[in-house]
Structures are given as C-alpha cells and as structure tokens.
Design a protein around this ligand. Structure first.
Ligand code: BGC
Length: 709
C-alpha cells in the first residue's frame, strides 16, 4: 500500500514502517555527504560508495544525472525501494544567487523574497536536490558573529515574517502539491546568541529570552508548514541544542505538534562530547536521539550505535519507529516515491533564466539602503562628465556573492564597474583606479586613485568586506573595515570632490571614521549576481532607493549589543557610554529616499478596546517630493506597565507601498489584541494584560486602553 499514491499519507507511512527491518529503519536516520564540500569547516567525511538504503545525502555536486544514478540504486537495489532524500545548502540562490538574507530583510518586501525563494527552489530541484537547509531564522544581535549575514536581522518579528516568506517560496502553499523543495528551519535554537559573537560558542539564554526573542520565528515557520528543522551547535545555558529535549520534544513536537523531523547540524551529535555532556560517541547518540534529533548529519553515530542502545534497553522501538515515520512522512510529502528522479533539462533552461535574473536584480535593488545623502549629492546629475570609480570592490565578482553562494560562478556576477558603465557610459567618462586591496598595508595604489579623483567631477568609492569575512566560523573582533580602506577614503576626501561611498558587506559596519568622509553612503550588502545595475541605477536616480535597515549599525564595535527591542534603562536618560552617543549611528528602520514622505496625524479608531475587539490605527503619508518612491511604514507597540517588563518598543507590523509625487496614501494597522498585545512568559504561556498601550509610528505616539482580560 505504501506505493499507492492515492492512499492516505499516514497509512502509507505505517504500511512501509511495518515492512522495514531494524537495520533499514536505522539507515533512514543516517545522512552522509557526497561530493566535494566547499565549506572549509566541514571536511574529510565524503562518501564514495553510497549504500542504496541510506536515508539522506548532502549532495555537494551539481550533476543531476549522477544524482539520478544514485537514486536509481536506492529505488532498484534497496529491498523496499525507499528514495534517498538529497539535501544541500541553497541559502540565497543556487546558481542565480541573490542578496544575502540580511539584505533581503532590508527590502521589507516579503512577497518578493517568496518569489526569489521559489526561483531558488526550482534551480535547486533541477540540480537534483529535494531539501534545502534554509531558512536560517536565528535572531542575530551581534554583528561580530559572521553568520549574521545569513539571518534576517535583530528583530524577532522581522525574522519571522521573512522566514515564513522563504518557507512559502521553497515549499509552495502545500509541499505535497508543489514542485518545490523541503525547507529546514535552523538552527534550533538560539545559535545567534553565541557569546561575544564568536562562532560555535555557548549561549546563555534565559527562558524569558528564549520565548520572546529566539523561539517566535521558529513557531511561525512551523505553523507555515516547514517540513524539517536543524538543531543548533550551541550549548544553551548548559544544555546543548542538539541534546535539548525541552526544545526538540516538549516545545517542537508536543507543544507545536511538528510532524516532520529534526536533523542535527554537521557533527553536532559527536560535538556533545566536546561540550561536556556525553562521555563518548555512543552516549552522545543516546542524548541526541532521546532529545528528539531524528537524523544524524554525517556523524554515523546512529548507524553505529542505535541498535546497541536498543538492545541494551536504553531506547525503545517506539521511539525509533516515531523517528523513522517522521523522515518517511517528509519523503512522501515531497512525492519522492512517485517522482524519485530529477528531470534533466539543458543547463541553459536550468539556471540563470532572464526572468530569474530579473528577480535577483529587483531584490538587490530593493535591499540597498541609502544611509546618507548630504547636500543631495545623489542622484548624480546628468551634467557630471566624469566619474572616478575607485576601490577594491569595483571590479570584484567573487565577493559580491557573499557567503553560502550555492553553486554560483563568479563569472556570472555583474561587477559594479559593469553596472556603472551601462548606466553612465554614454554621458560620462569613467576613470578607474583600484586604490588598495581589501586589507594589508600596501598604499602604493593611492597616488593613482588620488589622481583619478582629481580629474573627476564625482568620486564613487567602492569598499567593503570579502565574502569569507562573514558566514560560518567567520567572526570578527571589530566590525570596522580594515585601516587601509579607511585610509584610502581619507586621502580621497582631501581631493575635495563630492564623494559617494558604496559599501558591500555581510554585516553592519562600524562607520564612525568613514561616514564623515563621505557625502553619500549607499549600502549594497552582498547583492549576488545582479548588483551592478541596481547600484548604478540608484546612483543615477533611475531607481529611487527603498531599502531600510533590518539591523542597527552601532557607532563603534564596543556599542554592541544595540538593537531595536531593548528594554529601558532604570534611568532612561543615563547609563550610556561616556564617549559615544546613546543611539546607533544608523538605527533599525533607517534608510533615505529621493522622495520626501510627510506623515500626517495618526488616528485610532477608538481609545478603549476589549480583548476580543480590534482597534485600527491609520496614518496618511504624502509624497511631497518630485519623484515616485516606496515608503515602508513601521508600526510599533509599547506596553509601559506589565507583570514582566516589555521592550521599549516592539515591531508588530510593517507595510511598503509606492507613493507618487503629490499623492497621499493611508497606511493601516489593524491591532488584534491577542496577536499584537500579548506576550509570552518564561514557560511560553501567552499573557494578555489590561492597561494602556502605545502605538508608535515614525515620531508619533497614540494610546488606547485595553480592558476585559
Ligand atoms: C552549518 C549548517 C549547514 C551544514 C551543512 C554546518 O556547518 O552550520 O548551517 O546547513 O553545515 O552544510
């Protein structure tokens, strides 16, 4: 019956499970890597000969024909013909790589992110992959942590919205119906709290912080139907995530009723030994399995020890059956039993299709953030006859891709220089000088750069980070750019020409010294293959920038942590560092436009509301400028008196809309008390407390009273 695609899913699972031997069951919980791993942190464990009854493979190879031949052995040579589940890290695109997740969030356009993820899913599927280890929905508040690039930033609500948008893109409305790939919410949970921003370190997370900051994106992702989760590397206040029964079983399986499975992170089961909670591999396996990790990523611990643990009575057959059923359910949901093979289409139809490039370019365009524009130096006037284009990023391809760039090829990347040439080439001369490298102390290129600047009307200086400076195991003790880049900017400033700074990086930067040197600053993040034209379009004014920061830019590294959802100081005007301002240099939500948006008076539908009623707040926004632009309105709630203190303000809703010059658009936030005014205590219980609430929008605040709870 398990082969009957019309039979109900649970019956198919039960039928198949009933036919499997213990050995076959254990193999379903085993995942190995196949092919060359480009992640330098995860080496040395690749398979050559794949057992046909293995549960899953990380397929580090871009040839679907090879994948199909492995799958054929599983279908034809394993006793029951159970398909292998092929996984891979498609994080921000497979070949048509688009902006890093941190940048995506700055677009405030979840629908576009869904489109991009659906495009990535198609390319992933046609490469032979059924399952991507994404989205990473770790709330990240320490920009020293390299993996901040992979997250949607510092705010739990924002991370939830973009996590769900991504899951929907990968899986479609319902995985069973779609031609998509299975999503994997990672890293469950709290990995973003790695101490001091160092990677793989312990996290000290209170139960309150867990429930109000780190778990909400996962709860939203589970509700959105995400098929799988990955357990984190981090030790959470003494209980590593990969041995954390509270999280993996009590919360995920019992409280949220997740019916899919959890895969460990790479080697995170064996690492329980280093983390000091297991004496050897076998005990590590027992702890992870008992906690609720169903699939062992590359450790072979389940394959080596589960049977023994069962024989010794340390594990029950029921728990093994439950784990295997979870894995099989995902395979059935994906339709793998019916469609085990990847359709082979020509490479030109598989990747980089024109429509897909357009999606990547639009997302790049909407994620770029204009941080500064003094004296309206941007857009660059058509009267400008020569541009000096300087810096190590100008002709770079590799680094614009960012970390985890799938199977992207650097040669597919449009450089910033190409984009500028297309945009300005007809009307202005472009004078290029590299100036310096990303780091080191070689300033021998400075003279050429200064000469270029002296000959030009405007200087466009393109600085930033190499892609290897963010991502896994790529933390940095300072988030400033290396001194050589700052020094180059200083020399160019002295030339006295208008200076436009274009930054490409995988984390917020410390811009304390750089910002005053530039008249304008455009943050382009790591835009992927299609960043040159969007960047140049913003510089020329063909495109009106609409990105807003989803992460704060601290004044200096020592100001970390500083983020939007902080709690109040006991002395609200005191307690900041003596030597810097109390606010970040560029706060969450910051971003300029070439349009001007005037906010009218915010109006509430009523000033008293019962717990089952809704209250609406509206604000009219008028474009008083001369060009059309997109404005994102951010709605925050503050709850000044509570049994458990709340952050000073919490983002509850946002909306991005286009407004024409002279036009007024009304933005509306409908507040549902249970959804928007309640909060979790340290056990995850939702509390809704009567009292006054403030709604904040831009620089206004309106208040109402909640009663009846
Ligand atoms: C990373 C995961 C990734 C896995 C497989 C690990 O090192 O932490 O995020 O999915 O490798 O590549």
């Amino acid at each position: 019956m398990y082969q009957d695609q019309n039979a109900p899913l649970d019956l198919r699972v039960a039928d198949l499970l009933g036919k499997m031997t213990l050995e076959e069951k254990i193999q379903q919980l085993n995942q190995q890597a196949f092919g060359l791993n480009l992640n330098a942190n995860n080496q040395g464990q690749t398979l050559h000969d794949v057992a046909p009854d293995i549960g899953s493979l990380i397929f580090l190879n871009d040839d679907p024909v090879e994948r199909n031949s492995i799958q054929r052995r599983a279908m034809e040579e394993s006793r029951l013909g159970i398909p292998i589940l092929f996984g891979f890290d498609t994080i921000h695109g497979m070949r048509t790589v688009y902006p890093i997740p941190l940048a995506q969030a700055c677009s405030w356009n979840p629908a576009l992110v869904t489109q991009a993820a659906a495009m990535a899913a198609r390319e992933t599927k046609l490469t032979g992959i059924d399952w991507t280890f994404s989205p990473m929905i770790d709330v990240a508040r320490d920009p020293r942590w390299g993996r901040i690039a992979e997250s949607y930033g510092e705010d739990p609500y924002t991370v939830s919205v973009f996590g769900v948008a991504t899951v929907q893109g990968y899986q479609g409305v319902e995985l069973t119906e779609s031609s998509g790939v299975a999503a994997c919410l990672k890293h469950f949970a709290g990995y973003g709290a790695s101490e001091g921003g160092r990677d793989y370190r312990a996290t000290d997370i209170s139960a309150q912080a867990l429930w109000e900051t780190y778990l909400p994106p996962f709860e939203s992702g589970v509700k959105a139907g995400a098929a799988t989760l990955m357990s984190g590397f981090n030790d959470i206040s003494g209980v590593p995530a990969s041995a954390n029964r509270y999280l993996l079983t009590e919360v995920l399986k019992k409280c949220w009723a997740h019916a899919g499975f959890v895969v460990s992170d790479w080697n995170s089961i064996e690492q329980l030994v280093a983390q000091g909670v297991a004496k050897d591999r076998k005990e590590a396996g027992l702890k992870a399995f008992e906690a609720g990790v169903e699939m062992d990523m590359v450790d072979r611990i389940y394959a080596d020890h589960l049977q023994e643990l069962l024989d010794e009575g340390k594990l029950s057959m029921d728990s093994i059956n439950d784990a295997v059923a979870r894995v099989l359910r995902v395979k059935f949901r994906l339709g793998l039993f019916e469609r085990p093979y990847t359709p082979i289409v020509p490479v030109s139809e598989r990747y980089l299709r024109p429509d897909d490039r357009r999606i990547a370019a639009q997302l790049a365009e909407e994620s770029m953030v204009l941080l500064k524009n003094d004296g309206g130096v941007l857009p660059i006037s058509p009267a400008v006859k020569s541009l000096a284009v300087i810096g190590p990023m100008v002709k770079d391809q590799e680094n614009l891709l960012g970390c985890w760039s799938g199977n992207a090829k650097a040669e597919d990347v449009e450089t910033l220089f190409d984009g500028l040439t297309r945009e300005f080439g007809g009307g202005a001369d472009l004078i290029y000088a590299r100036g310096c490298d990303f780091d080191g102390d070689d300033d021998s290129g400075f003279a050429e750069a200064v000469a270029a600047a002296a000959h030009a009307d405007v200087v466009v200086l393109c600085l930033g980070e190499k892609k290897s400076w963010s991502g896994e195991n790529a933390s940095r003790s300072t988030i400033a750019l290396p001194g050589i880049q700052e020094k180059l900017a200083g020399c160019l400033r002295q030339v006295g020409k208008p200076l436009v700074l274009v930054l490409s990086n995988g984390r917020p930067l410390e811009l304390r010294r750089l910002a005053p040197l530039a008249d304008a600053i455009l943050e382009i993040w790591q835009p992927g293959i299609a960043g040159g034209t969007p960047m140049a379009g913003i510089l020329s004014g063909r495109v009106n920038p609409s990105g807003r920061l989803a992460i704060s830019f601290p004044v200096v590294t020592g100001q970390i942590p500083i983020y939007v959802g902080m709690r109040s100081s006991a002395r609200p005007n005191d307690g900041n560092y003596q030597d810097i301002p109390g606010e970040p240099l560029y706060p969450f939500g910051h971003g300029l436009s070439y349009a001007f948006f005037h906010y009218g008076r915010a109006i509430l539908s009523q000033d008293k509301v019962g717990m089952d009623e809704k209250v609406t707040v509206q604000v009219p926004v008028t474009n008083t400028g001369s060009v059309e632009g997109q404005e994102t309105v951010f709605w925050y709630i503050s709850d000044p008196v509570c049994s458990i203190s709340r952050p000073m303000k919490e983002l509850k809703y946002f909306e991005k809309k286009s407004i024409k010059p002279g036009e007024t658009v009304v933005f509306t936030f409908e507040i549902a008390p249970l959804r928007d005014l309640s909060y979790c205590d340290s056990t995850g219980k939702r509390l809704l407390e009567a009292g006054d609430f403030h709604v904040r929008v831009k620089d206004q605040q309106v208040s109402f009273e909640l009663s009846g709870c």
